[in-house]
Unconditional design. Structure first.
Lengths: 293, 299
């Protein structure tokens, strides 16, 4: 029999098979069928199946809603990424201490991250509420005018960004904290012996040693911010007047509200391409810098 | 803020601890150190305020929540909001669904990812490199772009409004295979060889050598998978339409509408929805914090 031989050659496949099966069913298949659908006029029920060629793709480039929602996604990304990196670094520097205070700081900074989006948005919609919400309560107590944060076009995005920073900065904070704790104590002892003061240690040792981590966090954060949907959908539903509607919400609406499956798939692909470009470009940049360092 | 003075206290104190016993105990108090601690606590307070405000609101009687100017502490704390939320809603049901879904996602993800990571790390078979490359490429695919075709597929499979419909797509986590494979690569082969001499099969080796040796990282990625599954909004939102199949995040999305302007009740449901994971996190904080470092979830 050729049993053992066969087992030696193909046995390994047995270990990867369960994952591969799920990977094929729930990732490769939808990627392929989405691409296929983008050339058809498919409704959600899949009954109509009329070949359109590149019509969906042409529509997409001429659709102002695609570009405005893409712009909103990019604006959100540009507004949220810097604070999400800088505040995370600040928090890590502050919370890198032992004892009960260290525990409390780490708990407070990361706690919001474990909450579901819905809980976060319920709380923040209430906080932004005009009349008796916390923010406006404080504003009026301080003699300022109230702001209807979520219903004012140039305030809504800011409100969403503030909520997002509060909610998700904890993850970047933990990445920084792990990196900080990975710096050997001897490095600081040696610097202290050489007479470096705290400020010099921070700028000459800590921050340079964290530059790789920063590169990584920026990449992860850009990609995460580009995928914005939950908070905006739940807080403003894309409004007021579509001023905050992100691209994923437009994909969702095209597919599940307008039932234009093919069109939604085409937009998905545009968005996917952007994510890949950002991720690959940043990764090249980052790994290149890493080798040089 | 106090960025520039930050590490002074901790760092300069560190070398001083050793001789401390021999000499007189010097006060380790420094102005910079205190300022840093105060800054840290203020920031922490700022981060806790929204949570405390939600808790605070949930304990007020309804009329007090919409009074201006705002009151800080409830004048007469009451559990009414919690009682009505639990009695009238599907909250308990959603909680149950979230628990089932999150446990299934975590267990299945760990199971298939450990097997795949072992396969890619320790065995050879034709096409191994190509398949691994394909999975690595999968890391780049945001699940959000797949919602439309995935929903169609689930409709075709009859899995809409079922646990499996919610769970299975979330089990496909290429990054998990990548992280675990990297970790397995770092484990010496001596242990397996010893086990093999004793007659252990590869299947046995996975579960009685590799898994015990990677416990910390498995705990860490397990906790993150669980949090991710518990909090996932978009996919469960799309694949469930029946309120009795919804998870907590999806169910709560409708709460604002159904409770109207009863803020104490809305906040009570938010507190109940957020509390389980806050407790889990408080208990496992060490694992979570260390896990991020060890696991190199950073990639």
């Amino acid at each position: 029999m050729q049993g053992p031989d066969w087992k030696q050659r193909w046995g390994g496949l047995f270990f990867v098979a369960p994952f591969l099966l799920l990977f094929a069913l729930f990732m490769l298949w939808p990627i392929a069928s989405g691409f296929w659908n983008s050339f058809f006029n498919t409704s959600l029920a899949g009954v109509k199946h009329e070949f359109l060629g590149l019509q969906n793709w042409r529509d997409l480039f001429g659709d102002p809603a695609v570009w405005s929602s893409l712009k909103n996604t990019l604006v959100f990304t540009a507004m949220s990424t810097p604070p999400l990196v800088i505040i995370a670094l600040l928090m890590a520097l502050l919370a890198n201490r032992k004892g009960i205070l260290g525990w409390l700081l780490r708990f407070s900074y990361f706690a919001p991250f474990v909450l579901p989006a819905t809980v976060v948005t319920l709380i923040w919609v209430w906080i932004y509420q005009p009349g008796f919400g916390l923010v406006n309560g404080l504003l009026t107590a301080g003699g300022f005018a109230e702001i209807d944060w979520l219903n004012t076009e140039n305030r809504a995005m800011l409100a969403v960004v503030i909520t997002t920073v509060w909610w998700t900065v904890g993850f970047n904070f933990l990445l920084y904290l792990a990196a900080l704790q990975g710096i050997p104590a001897q490095v600081y002892e040696a610097a202290a012996i050489d007479g470096a003061n705290g400020r010099q240690q921070l700028f000459r040792i800590t921050l340079p040693l964290l530059s790789r981590t920063t590169g990584l966090i920026v990449v992860l954060q850009l990609v995460a911010s580009l995928k914005i949907f939950d908070q905006i959908y739940l807080m403003t539903n894309g409004g007021p007047n579509y001023a905050t509607r992100p691209i994923i919400q437009y994909i969702y609406e095209s597919g599940f509200t307008s039932y234009r499956i093919g069109y939604a798939s085409a937009i998905s692909y545009l968005f996917f391409a952007i994510i890949v470009i950002v991720a690959v470009a940043q990764f090249k940049l980052f790994s290149g810098r890493g080798e040089a360092a | 803020m106090t960025t520039t003075t930050m590490p002074t206290e901790r760092r300069s104190a560190a070398p001083a601890t050793r001789p401390a016993r021999s000499g007189p105990v010097k006060p380790r108090w420094t102005f910079a150190g205190t300022a840093t601690a105060v800054g840290a606590v203020i920031l922490a307070a700022l981060w806790l305020v929204p949570l405390l405000w939600a808790l605070d609101t949930s304990l007020k009687p309804e009329p007090e929540t919409t009074r201006a100017p705002i009151t800080w502490l409830p004048e007469a704390p009451t559990g009414d909001a919690y009682r009505s939320v639990i009695e009238q809603g599907d909250l308990i049901r959603w909680f149950l669904n979230s628990t089932v879904v999150s446990i299934l996602v975590t267990a299945l993800t760990l199971f298939v990812s450990v097997l795949a990571a072992y396969g890619f790390s320790r065995t050879t078979f034709p096409g191994r490199r190509v398949l691994f490359g394909l999975i690595i490429a999968g890391i780049l695919v945001p699940p959000q772009v797949l919602i439309v075709p995935l929903f169609q597929e689930m409709t075709g499979l009859g899995l809409v409004d079922t646990y499996w419909g919610i769970v299975l797509p979330q089990v496909v986590a290429p990054v998990m295979v990548f992280v675990l494979k990297k970790f397995f690569d770092g484990i010496s082969r001596d242990y397996e060889d010893a086990a093999r001499v004793d007659g252990a099969s590869r299947w046995r080796i996975v579960w009685s050598v590799m898994v015990p040796m990677s416990r910390p990282i498995l705990v860490a990625v397990g906790i993150f998978t669980f949090i991710g599954a518990w909090n996932n909004f978009l996919w469960p939102f799309i694949v469930t339409t029946d309120p009795s199949m919804m998870t907590i995040p999806v169910g709560l999305a409708n709460v604002q509408g159904s409770y109207g302007l009863r803020y104490a009740q809305i906040m009570a449901s938010a507190v109940l929805g957020g509390l389980p994971l806050l407790i889990v996190y408080a208990l496992f904080q060490r694992h979570v914090v260390r896990g991020v470092g060890d696991a190199g979830i950073k990639g």
